[in-house]
Design a protein around this ligand. Sequence first.
Ligand code: AMP
Ligand code: GLY
Length: 454
Amino acid sequence: MVTRLIMVTNSIEETISFAALLNIITYTMNILILGSGGREHTFAWKIAQSPLCNSLFIAPGNAGTSLCGINVPISVNDFEAIKTFVIANEIELVVVGPEDPLVAGIHDFFLNDNYLKAIPVIGPKKDGAQLEGSKEFAKQFMVDNNIPTAAYASFTLDTLKEGLAYLDTQKTPIVLKADGLAAGKGVLICNEISEAKKELTEMLAGAKFGTASSKVVIEEFLDGIELSTFVLTDGATYKILPCAKDYKRIGDGDTGLNTGGMGAVSPVPFADESFMQKVEERIIIPTINGLRNAGINYKGFVFIGLMNVGGDPFVIEYNVRMGDPETEVVIPRIKTDLAALFLAVANGTLKDTSIETDDRTAVTVMLVSGGYPGDYAKGKIITGLDKTNGSLIFHAGTFNAKDADDIKTSGGRVIAVTSFGKTIAEAAEQSYKNAALIAYDGKYYRKDIGNDLM
Ligand code: AMP
Ligand code: GLY
């Protein structure tokens, strides 16, 4: 359309002034994404396609995000540096990827600053971020709003004795959760009460997870199959995004240590219409209403980790951001302009939007560093990225080496390979074909992503 109109102009001057006019009538924004993982590369990839996006910046980003926009070497927790950058670069929308800056109050920081307060931030304020920042807050919120979740009690160092006595009344397995953020490591599932007592003591008296475990939630074990559901809200209304299944353990067949996530599938076959109706009625609506009733004007993603227990959904956890690697399958399945959705969240007009999704199945396989989630080496040269074909390659722990053209590893989770297919098997096969072409010293990945759902 634009090209055709420009073709009928007669001179360079006319073309330029026409382009200038188009810029005035076509609203565009400078957008800043905070974060550096696969989730942020996926956001950057999607937002870069939006006609609403003028310049796209990612702080600090990774080698993948540098293909979609401009990386800025600023930490997500350095609010003052972010402020300086936002003002200097006329940023008009900030999308917060990870939970840390949200729990630390980046949205409040913007609202409390005269220069920043008009700039929308996608992600809740400190009050809403407590859903992830404090397990106890989340549990109390669920109890207050009749949202199905595991029975629980919480304890501090002062009530350690009561906590140990409480454990004597519980069945195993039993779940212990550090109240605060513990980089995904603060949840322990104990098969013996004696083990749970030792862990509770270490968490409360020995500060096993630092200040995050100065309070501990003890929770009933839910036996079922897990599912990640995602909601985008502008504080008044909400849109349900495609759901996904994450593969958290390091080893095939769900064995070994917990990780940030080794792969994901979307949609999830067992999350059919009748199950999702229960999720919406029993969990999503009470969550959105509960936030509003608590006076929390929440703008951003709510990630609800669910357990399907015999066909009934129970909340395992809330996160106040998108999941990773779930984002790598959920966002590619959203056909709607993500920047437009974010603008609607900012303006409170989400109810006037609709989300169109791709019916195909997406599967992502996460390539990780050898040794992850324990100790692993960094700085390994990654090759073969240019040989991949027919998949979306989202970078997580990668960086552009300054001294060479090389892309190197910089984290535990390195690259997510996402593919579409008519079936899970077809999508997984495509991801595995490309995963095999990417090489670096110590590369490891699970070989069974999606198998349990086929
Ligand atoms: P979280 O950090 O809360 O996501 O917990 C980490 C993992 O622990 C979850 O993904 C579940 O696999 C498991 N988990 C947490 N709470 C429970 C529970 N009450 N019952 C069973 N498994 C749980
Ligand atoms: N994949 C789980 C998470 O992002 O917390």
